[in-house]
Design a protein around this ligand. Structure first.
Ligand code: AHG
Ligand code: MN
Ligand code: MN
Length: 331
């Protein structure tokens, strides 16, 4: 058991003490539901090497990717924890083709939950960090039951977003627009405890992160930018790429840096999904003093026209992202 010196602040206490002024019990309850999902998924992932859970399920998701067994487990769990609480009017998941209405037998609430139940799931088989990422919006029409329009909202309308990193320890990081706060799961207590209050990108960045295997597919301007990153003009950065967006983002948030997943010739919008990955992390980045861009504008300003659309992503320390924009826009 860990030694506890000083003040112990559980996520429950922190949410109650710091929730937005206009938050009702529903917002707080929804955050607890997400924290509970995180604990259950964490436990399952920790046992993944021991149970017959490794490897692929027999289905394919809307992106044509093999769904890993844990993707299916996490997707179903989040839905089942949140469908009946009366807090949500709709959900959307990276793993589901259509938006997810609240079943008719349950009351509808005012919030919308969009999520990637397991990010970087191909890393589970090799015991490397994965994540879960979510955003919460308000319904666009209180009178109606949830509709697709409730889910297709830009990042600037996010009420709160966050992620859970299943790393060497499990951390839940979230923001509702007043700082980005991190909680570490104490596995003995089964509680998320405040460990990182008001996280900010350090002024001096340490890392750049991208999948270098795709550089031949990038626009020349992006390759020029990477050349600049390697030059004396740029801050001296070291390269790190895990291939789990949440883990790459988290490291860069703590140490400073830039993450790129640009468009490619055969995939001009890149791989990352606007609604489930880029938007929620862009919101966190801006609340931590950073910035996220598609090369031309803030990701928070992009309005999704479909649930699964992708966007190029450049995210991290603001000055590094703005420099990438300059290269891309030929300025
Ligand atoms: P997901 O597991 O939800 O499909 O997302 C995987 C994403 C993201 O986590 C990661 O940054 C990226 O895929 C890695 O892609 P590459 O293997 O193409 O670099
Ligand atoms: Mn993902
Ligand atoms: Mn996923």
């Amino acid at each position: 058991m860990a030694n506890y010196d000083g003040k112990i602040i559980t996520i429950e206490r922190f949410i109650l003490d710091h929730q937005p002024d206009d938050a009702d019990g529903d917002f707080t309850g929804l955050m607890y539901d997400i924290a509970l999902a995180a604990k259950i998924i964490s436990q399952k992932i920790n046992r993944a090497g021991l149970e017959d859970i490794l490897g692929r399920a027999s289905s394919t998701n809307v992106h044509g990717e093999d769904q890993q067994k844990m993707d299916v487990f996490a997707d179903d769990l989040i839905f089942r924890l949140c469908d009946h609480t009366g807090r949500l009017c709709a959900m959307a998941s990276e793993e589901q083709d259509e938006f997810i209405p609240i079943p008719d037998e349950y009351a509808k609430g005012e919030y919308v939950l969009v999520y990637d139940p397991l990010d970087g799931s191909s890393n589970i088989d090799v015991n490397v960090s994965v994540g879960m990422v979510f955003a919460i919006f308000r319904t666009v029409d209180y009178e109606k039951r949830g509709r697709l329009e409730d889910c297709l909202q830009p990042g600037k309308d996010i009420v709160a977003s966050g992620y859970v990193l299943f790393g060497s320890s499990t951390m839940l990081v979230y923001s509702w627009g007043d700082g980005v706060h991190g909680f570490t799961l104490d596995p003995d207590l089964g509680e998320f405890l405040l460990s990182h209050e008001r996280m900010r990108f350090p002024d001096k960045p340490a890392y750049y992160s991208f999948n270098g295997a795709y550089q031949h597919e990038w626009e020349q301007s992006m390759r020029d930018y990477v050349e600049w990153l390697h030059s004396d003009q740029s801050p001296a950065l070291s390269g790190r790429y895990i291939g789990s967006f949440i883990a790459d983002f988290h490291r860069n948030l703590l140490k400073g840096g830039i993450y790129l997943y640009p468009g490619e010739i055969s995939r001009p919008d890149g791989k990352l999904r606007l609604l489930y990955e880029a938007g929620p992390l862009a919101y966190l980045a801006e609340n931590a003093g950073g910035y996220a861009s598609n090369g031309y504008q803030s990701i928070l300003d992009l309005v999704p026209t479909s649930l699964h659309e992708c966007t190029p992503v450049i995210v991290g320390n603001r000055n590094l992202v703005e420099m990438a924009e300059k290269f891309i826009q030929g300025k």
